[in-house]
Write a protein of this length. Structure first.
Length: 483
């Protein structure tokens, strides 16, 4: 059992929202646990033995309400001070990333190094404080300073290595993409798309394409095939297969009573799509999020077989196209609640080690105000950079797919970056995250989740297709990197 004291205004906290909380075990894999709040303490009872870290949404002044983690710690009788452990965990991650990135000898980074030292001194004051309340106060300051400097270190690292990558002509020719909304057909929408992006990602949802078994309907985006070709933009196709029931036709759950029938339906559908649209598509997303959705209760081996089948069919039927395996919720929060799923990094490692023929991974970096409707909880930019590094060690190129955050709305259950979503915050997020991603030698492209607003504010254009600051920021970055 792990226990953590929490303080608010110098007193034990009367309440704490644990909807985001989970434990993290070995290899950063979330683990199942019973987590509750009682008497000013968080009590976490893990179902596995060994050290574990606690992850919670935490308010960090100047950064927002973002996911923070303690270091992995062992069970003990006395409770830990959560404020102190969060600060300690952040400073440990900074030390690890500075070593990974080689950020010790850059003269231009001297101010950042001094800020890390300042945060470390605050942590020492917290550890040596005479009581828990004083320790929490020092630790809060240490956490704020360390998260802020962590973000600035990730930006500094990105700027240095993006300049190097550009100078060495290592950037891809088609770096910037955007998901196309088939319902948007105005000339203004088409013009803005071709103005800022090199490729369009077209959705091909099975639910809409085959509402009745064997009765295929034309894809809503078919007109876009010609539009993109006329604008000399590459065409990407979004997920031939996903195991998310919301994206699958209703008849499938009735027809496919077992795995073999489901597999046969998938094979037939994928072949149908490849034969019909293969001549137009440059890149196929073979499968998306198979690791994160398992309502059908497939085994690990069956999920891997579906991944192999979709990738192999692309190579056989559309050999000139590239194939991408999509990774959603790349921090794996879902695994703490559903052990039938697969941790994202483990799934990615297995696709490589088992010899599945595919060309790249696609990492979903879409965040919303609602954790259930996007990609989990908000992370600071150093965590985003670190996550990309972990997938980059697998030896496959990476495309950052469906990147995006809102430009307005309430903070919501997912947290927020900075104090509140706005046009300016959205633009800053795109600028930072795109630079971080493209500075990685293994990242080939970045793709925006939504071009124009629909029912919410997650587009980079307004409803009337006038640009938001984020659109201008992407346009500026594209121009800068193509110079």
């Amino acid at each position: 059992m792990l226990r953590f004291k929490i303080f608010q205004d110098g007193k034990p906290a009367p309440a704490f929202d644990l909807s985001s909380a989970y434990l993290v075990g070995n290899d950063r894999v979330p683990i199942r646990a019973e987590i509750k709040f009682s008497g000013g303490e968080i009590v976490a009872e893990s179902r596995t033995r060994g050290a574990a870290a606690l992850a919670v949404l935490w308010p960090v002044p100047g950064v927002g309400r973002v996911m923070m983690e303690t270091p992995r710690i062992c069970e003990r009788q006395a409770p830990y001070n959560l404020h102190v452990e969060l600060a300690r965990g952040q400073l440990m991650r900074i030390s690890q990333k500075r070593e990974d990135w080689g950020l010790y000898d850059f003269e231009d980074g001297r101010e950042l190094y001094d800020r890390v030292d300042s945060a470390r001194k605050l942590l020492i004051s917290a550890i040596t404080a005479p009581d828990d309340v004083a320790a929490a106060a020092f630790a809060d300051r240490a956490l704020t300073e360390s998260v802020c400097v962590g973000e600035d270190l990730s930006k500094f690292h990105a700027d240095v290595f993006l300049d190097r990558r550009q100078a060495a002509s290592q950037l891809s020719k088609r770096m910037f993409g955007c998901r196309v909304d088939p319902a948007k057909t105005s000339e203004a929408y088409q013009q803005q798309l071709s103005k800022a992006f090199d490729f369009g990602l077209l959705p091909l949802p099975w639910r809409d394409l085959e509402p009745k078994e064997g009765d295929y309907k034309p894809a809503a985006c078919e007109n876009w095939f010609n539009t993109l070709r006329q604008n000399k933009m590459a065409i990407w196709a979004e997920s031939l297969l996903t195991l998310d029931p919301a994206q699958l036709p209703d008849w499938l759950t009735k027809t496919a009573r077992n795995y073999e029938q489901f597999r046969d339906c998938v094979t037939r559908h994928v072949r149908q799509m490849l034969r019909k649209y293969g001549p137009y598509v440059h890149v196929w997303e073979a499968i998306r999020g198979a690791h994160a959705h398992n309502e059908f209760r497939f085994t690990f081996e069956q999920i891997m077989e579906l991944t192999r089948i979709t990738s192999l069919l692309i190579k056989q039927t559309s050999p000139k196209s590239s194939s991408v395996i999509g990774i959603t919720q790349p921090w794996g929060e879902y695994y703490a609640n559903d052990p039938r799923t697969i941790p994202p990094l483990l799934y990615a490692e297995m696709t490589v080690s088992s010899g599945i023929h595919f060309d790249a991974f696609g990492i979903d970096l879409r965040f919303s105000v609602d954790a259930l409707n996007a990609n989990g909880f908000i992370r600071d930019t150093m965590q985003i950079s670190s996550m990309l590094d972990r997938f980059g060690t697998l030896g496959k190129p990476i495309h950052v797919l469906l990147a995006g955050v809102p430009s307005g709305g309430a903070t919501g259950s997912a947290g927020c970056w900075r104090e509140q979503w706005s046009d300016g915050v959205q633009a800053e997020w795109f600028n930072r995250v795109y630079r971080i991603a493209l500075s990685k030698p293994f990242v080939e492209s970045v793709c925006c989740h939504r071009l124009a607003d629909a029912t919410n504010l997650d587009g980079i254009l307004n409803l009337d297709c006038t640009p938001k600051p984020a659109f201008d920021q992407i346009l500026k970055l594209r121009s800068e990197l193509s110079a």
